[in-house]
Design a protein around this ligand. Structure first.
Ligand code: KIV
Length: 254
């Protein structure tokens, strides 16, 4: 798709019913993101979610998907310490979760883990830029790699992950110009989120793009629905119908 200049589409999903709808909508790839920690479990960061929980979400998604490529995040702490542990986590995600590929955050720091997982025949998607599992090191969710030194490291990490055999690279919240440079410098596809229009594809968190998260409005987000208002409106109509004994009516009773 990169060579054909066909843009790649990716959305997150964490459950069977959503995965079914996202798949039916024609998305190329579904990410079972560790953003599940935020949008499904209500945590402030992605750090608390466990491998068992990510495997459960992945199993649910895989059951709903007929055609899209399912990529699952390895959560924080399951691949950084050593390559053996990284491979073990990746194998569990593929074997028990049923994922088609895994995603991990970082470049040179996790080089040995990436190599080990790729060598076991597991497709790896890399993730650079704003990597939320490092949020306590960054201290902020602001745009990354605005300064030359960080931009150069990111470019060199992008080349490295390609060399190591990663099949794609997520670029999160970096300047559009840098994302363009990275995209033109490597042959594997880049999938951007807050990384401008020149990436080979785009990814958004499903709950954000359908407007379920009222409080989250970063500049990069385009909302396609206002589901928060739709759902709270529907719930309050239901509450009112039950309270006034309008629901259920005769046609809705046996
Ligand atoms: O977990 C996630 O949803 C992600 C995307 C933001 C790329 O990693």
């Amino acid at each position: 798709m990169k060579f054909d200049k066909e843009k790649i589409t990716m959305l997150t999903a964490y459950d069977f019913t959503t995965a079914k709808m996202v798949d039916a909508g024609g998305v190329d790839s579904i990410l079972v993101g560790d953003s599940a920690a935020n949008v499904m479990a209500g945590h402030e960061t992605t750090l608390p979610i466990t491998l068992d929980q990510m495997i459960y979400h992945t199993q649910c998604v895989v059951r709903g998907v007929d055609r899209a490529l399912v990529v699952a995040d390895l959560p924080f702490g399951t691949y950084q310490s050593n390559p053996e542990k990284a491979l073990e986590s990746a194998v569990r995600m593929m074997k028990e979760g049923g994922a088609h590929a895994i995603k991990i955050e970082g470049g040179a720091e996790i080089e040995d883990s990436i190599r080990k997982i790729v060598n076991a025949g597991i497709p790896v998607m890399a993730h650079l830029g704003l990597t939320p599992q490092s949020i306590y090191q960054f201290g902020t969710y602001k745009v990354r790699a605005k300064e030359d030194a960080e931009a150069e490291k990111l470019l060199s990490d992008a080349r490295l992950v390609e060399e190591l055999g990663c099949f794609a690279l997520v670029l999160e919240k970096i300047p559009a110009g840098l994302a363009k440079k990275v995209t033109e410098s490597i042959s594997i596809p880049t999938i951007g989120i807050g990384a401008g229009a020149d990436c080979d594809g785009q990814v958004l968190v499903y709950h954000d793009m359908v407007g379920m998260n009222k409080g989250f409005s970063p500049k990069f987000l385009r909302r396609y629905l206002d589901l928060h208002s739709e759902i709270t409106g529907a719930v309050s109509r239901y509450v009112s119908d039950v309270k006034t004994a309008d629901f259920p009516n005769q046609n809705e009773s046996y």
